[in-house]
Design a protein around this ligand. Structure first.
Ligand SMILES: *[C@@H]1O[C@H](CO)[C@@H](O)[C@H](O)[C@H]1NC(C)=O
Ligand SMILES: *[C@@H]1O[C@H](CO)[C@@H](O)[C@H](O)[C@H]1NC(C)=O
Ligand SMILES: *[C@@H]1O[C@H](CO)[C@@H](O)[C@H](O)[C@H]1NC(C)=O
Ligand SMILES: *[C@@H]1O[C@H](CO)[C@@H](O)[C@H](O)[C@H]1NC(C)=O
Ligand SMILES: *[C@@H]1O[C@H](CO)[C@@H](O)[C@H](O)[C@H]1NC(C)=O
Ligand SMILES: *[C@@H]1O[C@H](CO)[C@@H](O)[C@H](O)[C@H]1NC(C)=O
Ligand SMILES: *[C@@H]1O[C@H](CO)[C@@H](O)[C@H](O)[C@H]1NC(C)=O
Ligand SMILES: *[C@@H]1O[C@H](CO)[C@@H](O)[C@H](O)[C@H]1NC(C)=O
Length: 909
């Protein structure tokens, strides 16, 4: 079936809305160009211009001879011979059968009056009424004329028909004789000229009086010369029959009427095809079988007379048919009409289904077939057909011609049928904008018309228009995207659909934010200079979004002036990582990440600084060590309170989330001593063990390093796994060579008392002392002691006092070692005492005048390791210098110490 539900529904929605109600204001306007009237054979056509009637609520009524309007609704249309349709442009068309209900006629001249009411509101309050008089002439009428309209079937038969043929009687077992018998009494009594219609349905018959037939939806009437029967396709008595596989609707009836003194019966069968249209990709084929049995009942020889076709009720010449690409073929079985899809005469039409535009090709052809049979004479069978090809989805093609160098999106969108109009553009969340508004925002739309009537649109959007997103994609590229949504409306239905136009351009114009970092003793600083891609990027430290409040809560200082983001992060603040320790100190890092709105990390900046480790380890001269052990990146499982020293009983004194502080003395907690060239180190380790594991997962080596001879040495070297680190420490290890006032060694000359004056051969009591240390394990041994005439210990001449750890026995001024009693000093091993007789240098047998300086080189040994220290295992050390233990130690190194000057008193000489 080619009836178009969409189309009819909307029309009748309009129709049913409006009947003139009393008291409603309306005005009559003269008929002008708004309505075009044409007489087309036995039909009259009124065309209402869409320009005038668009967006109006319209109703039709037929005016009868007394001036009364009869609204034309759906049922009335089929009954009285009206067909209302709308073409693709929205023009409304009313076709009226000249034999319709309210026509004044003499079978040649026909006059009807159609009233059109147009309102701007659905309540039909403000209406315009047009009265359209229609006058047509038609003739001569064929003995039988059948019209197959879209909504009804109509047959009119000349009244002076020949008698019912014999075949008809034989063909119809329940046929006319019985009909006659049933009808006769009514005929005699009936007032009207038609008194009965008998419908034949297979083996059944159904007789109706005229009024009953009218009530059943039939149009039945007589004219001067003809009997007319009109039936809707869905009439109860209509039957579906198939002819060569094509379905027809058929109402077979006999109409009885009286004409003057005669009672007549006319075969008023009417049969119309309800399909027969096939579509291929390019062609519509409409097949109408010729031998339609219900129309040929009783017919003898049938003679083919003529087949014509037309479109929109305009008859086409053979020439037209060919030039328009149609074909009309007629053989003894069927008429076959072929129409290429898209051919002139038809139109494409857009519908919106599920928000998508779909198109159909519509064409309204008709076929007029004349034949003659020897019983009924000529039959003219006119079949009108509204054909729509199945709806087809037409993809809307968006072609992006954007040339990034012009900073302008440029795309075409299309194509659209002429019944599609662009009404709005949605550029952002603010919703659809009318075109001029969108244009103000930079969205320019140009229409492109094609020769076939279709259109396309060119959409141009500058890259800086609102609604254009700029997003950074790696490698300095910015992706510009916009997705304006074009809102279309289909005329005349007003259905809308949207076409998104997603456009993307990649432009290598990204400027990434750049950062500078620096540190001072307290904090790390990061200044990020914004680029052109990071306006909406969010700063994160770890998982913390650095809002102003958050930054403040973390103790940071955050300044953002739009172009720069400056951040000060105190060294001890959260998110500062103690990364690794290198030769410059401990490396701390602060990492700032910039994430986009999806929280994808776009870039990250880190500022790393080395802080001198002196505040991580503190080596006091008295042997107390303070170590701050820090949790390093990479030991997330570490619980600072579980950190221990080598002696696992030594636990931290205080603990923070980031680390632990130990304070211990070098004689405890497994601390070891180590002597190297000119240094002595105390070493320990901060360790962390996982339960059940022998190897620590964290090992921080700490060393307090003392340079033997006042000079401090800072040295650090990382070692390998597991947590490579040594904390270097600084320490003071000082020796003093003091001159005692007497042999009791209870009082010493101070620095400013030098030079001290002594008589020749008077004893000098010297003490070499390790200052500050409280490590009882250290033992000081003298190696060499000598005297010089100048303060430079290397100057010549020199006089040896102690040689290779032994007293110089070369002369009478023999050196004597004195033991140190355990209770006189806290650390007896830290001192050595010796006595030497005052002497003078003889040069060229001349005694040198002036000052004498004393110098010693000493070694410090680890008394617990003496046995293994070859350096300490000198010849005289065990015998004279030792305080009571055997000595053999490699763990000692030489230190020098000098005394202030001593002068000889000459007066005693
Ligand atoms: C039949 O036609 C006549 C003349 O046109 C008209 O007056 C009459 O009302 C019609 N009858 C019906 C039932 O339509
Ligand atoms: C035929 O269709 C019309 C409109 O849909 C309806 O009003 C009428 O009742 C139908 N007639 C029959 C016999 O079904
Ligand atoms: C883009 O526009 C520039 C300047 O008008 C032109 O030189 C270039 O050839 C264009 N590129 C393309 C791919 O059309
Ligand atoms: C937009 O694209 C069309 C189609 O390629 C082209 O003809 C037109 O010159 C372009 N306009 C601009 C401004 O790039
Ligand atoms: C009309 O012409 C345009 C451009 O040539 C074409 O893309 C479109 O398909 C045509 N439309 C129809 C309905 O043929
Ligand atoms: C923002 O701060 C930076 C550095 O702090 C400075 O160089 C820049 O000029 C400032 N910009 C404005 C707009 O104040
Ligand atoms: C070592 O010296 C420091 C500071 O001078 C002091 O606090 C600490 O108590 C001393 N340690 C011992 C064991 O005397
Ligand atoms: C060092 O510590 C140990 C054990 O804690 C203690 O016995 C010793 O007296 C301490 N030494 C000094 C010099 O404080």
């Amino acid at each position: 079936m080619q009836r178009q539900p969409l189309f009819h529904d909307s029309l009748f929605r309009l129709l049913l809305l409006g009947f003139l109600a009393p008291g409603v204001c309306f005005q009559f306007v003269p008929v002008t160009d708004q309505v075009n009237v044409q007489c087309l054979g036995s039909l009259a056509r009124l065309r209402l211009s869409s320009a005038y009637f668009q967006n109006k609520y319209i109703s039709f009524a037929a005016i009868d001879q007394f001036g009364r309007p009869w609204p034309i609704d759906e049922v009335q249309s089929a009954k009285c011979g009206y067909t209302i349709s709308q073409d693709v442009w929205g023009n409304i068309e009313l076709r009226a059968s000249l034999l319709g209900c309210y026509t004044l006629m003499d079978d040649q001249h026909f006059t009807l009056n159609i009233q059109i009411t147009a309102a701007t509101d659905p309540g039909m309050q403000h209406t315009v009424v047009l009265n359209v008089p229609v006058s047509c002439s038609y003739g001569p009428w064929q003995p039988r004329e059948i019209v197959c309209e879209a909504n009804y079937m109509e047959v009119s038969v000349r009244r002076n028909v020949p008698p019912i043929p014999d075949g008809f009687l034989q063909d119809q077992p329940a046929g006319p004789p019985e009909d006659w018998a049933a009808a006769f009494p009514e005929a005699v009594a009936g007032a009207s000229s038609i008194w009965q219609i008998v419908f034949h349905m297979d083996a059944r018959r159904k007789a109706m009086r005229v009024e009953e037939a009218h009530a059943a939806g039939y149009g039945v009437n007589t004219t001067d010369t003809r009997i007319v029967l009109r039936a809707p396709y869905n009439a109860t008595e209509a039957q579906k029959v198939e002819v060569n596989g094509i379905p027809f609707s058929s109402v077979r009836s006999s109409t009885y009427y009286k004409q003057r003194w005669m009672l007549l019966m006319v075969d008023t069968a009417v049969t119309c095809p309800i399909d027969g249209v096939y579509y291929s990709k390019e062609t519509i084929t409409w097949t109408i079988p010729k031998s339609i049995p219900p129309l040929l009942v009783g017919a003898g020889i049938v003679k083919e007379l003529q087949v014509d076709m037309g479109v929109n009720l305009d008859k086409l010449s053979t020439q037209d048919i060919r030039s328009w690409g149609y074909s009309l073929a007629s053989d003894k079985d069927a008429i076959v009409l072929k129409m290429p899809i898209g051919a002139p005469g038809g139109n494409y039409k857009t519908y919106v289904i599920d928000g998508k535009p779909m198109i159909t090709y519509k064409i309204a052809p008709y076929v007029e077939h004349l034949w003659e049979d020897d019983k009924r004479g000529i039959t003219k069978h006119t079949i009108l057909k509204d054909i729509s090809t199945p709806l087809q989805l037409v993809p809307v093609i968006v072609t992006d011609y954007t040339n990034a160098s012009l900073q302008l999106f440029n795309a075409t969108v299309g194509t659209f049928l002429p019944d599609v109009v662009l009404v709005s553009i949605t550029v952002d969340a603010s919703g659809p904008l009318p075109l001029p508004e969108a244009e103000k925002k930079g969205y320019k739309i140009y229409e492109a018309k094609y020769s076939n009537g279709s259109r396309g649109y060119v959409v141009q959007v500058p890259f800086d228009a609102p609604g254009v997103g700029r997003e950074y994609v790696p490698d300095n590229i910015r992706s510009y995207t916009t997705n304006p949504i074009l809102g279309f409306s289909v005329i005349p239905q007003g259905d809308t659909f949207d076409v998104p136009v997603p456009l993307t351009a990649l432009v290598q114009d990204a400027v990434l934010p750049q950062a500078e970092g620096f540190c001072d003793d307290e904090a790390l600083y990061l200044v990020v200079k914004r680029g052109n891609v990071d306006q909406d990027w969010l700063p994160f430290a770890g998982d913390d979004l650095l809002t102003r409040e958050k930054a403040q809560a973390l103790g940071y200082t955050l300044l953002d002036n739009g172009t720069h983001l400056a951040l000060r992060v105190p060294r001890q603040a959260a998110h500062v990582r103690y990364e690794e320790i290198d030769s410059f100190g401990i490396l701390v890092t602060f990492r700032l990440q910039l994430k986009d709105y999806r929280l994808a990390e776009m870039i990250d900046f880190a500022v790393s600084c080395s802080f001198s480790p002196k505040d991580l380890i503190d080596c006091l001269a008295n042997g107390t060590v303070r170590i701050s052990a820090l949790k390093l990146v990479g030991t997330p499982d570490l619980v600072p309170s579980g950190l221990v020293l080598r002696d696992r009983r030594c636990r931290p004194l205080s603990v923070t989330e980031e680390g632990a502080t130990f304070i211990f003395n070098v004689t405890s907690c497994g601390t070891t001593r180590k002597f190297e060239d000119a240094t002595m180190s105390y070493e320990n380790e901060v360790l962390y063990f996982l339960t059940g594991q022998a190897a620590p997962i964290y090992q921080l080596k700490c060393a307090c390093r003392y340079f033997m001879g006042d000079t401090l040495l800072l040295q650090y070297s990382p070692t390998e796994a597991p947590s490579p680190s040594i904390l270097p420490g600084l320490g003071v290890l000082a020796l003093a060579l003091k001159l005692a006032r007497d042999k009791s060694y209870s009082s010493f000359y101070q620095d400013m008392e030098h030079p001290v004056t002594r008589y020749l051969r008077e004893p000098l009591h010297f003490q070499v002392e390790l200052l500050h240390s409280e490590d009882p394990q250290l033992e000081l041994f003298l190696e060499d002691c000598w005297a010089t005439a100048s303060s430079d210990r290397k100057s010549l001449p020199q006089w040896n006092i102690v040689m290779d750890s032994c007293e110089n026995t070369e002369d009478s001024h023999q050196t004597t070692f004195h033991g140190v009693t355990e209770d006189s000093v806290p650390f007896p091993t830290h001192l050595k005492r010796f006595e030497v007789k005052m002497f003078t240098f003889m040069v060229d047998n001349q005694a040198l005048q002036g000052q004498i300086y004393f110098h010693c080189s000493a070694v410090i040994c680890d008394s617990s390791w003496l046995a293994m220290d070859t350096f300490c295992a000198r010849r005289c050390i065990p015998r004279r210098q030792r305080v009571g233990r055997s000595i053999d130690s490699t763990r000692s190194r030489q230190v020098h110490v000098s005394s202030g000057p001593v002068v000889i008193r000459r007066d005693h000489m």
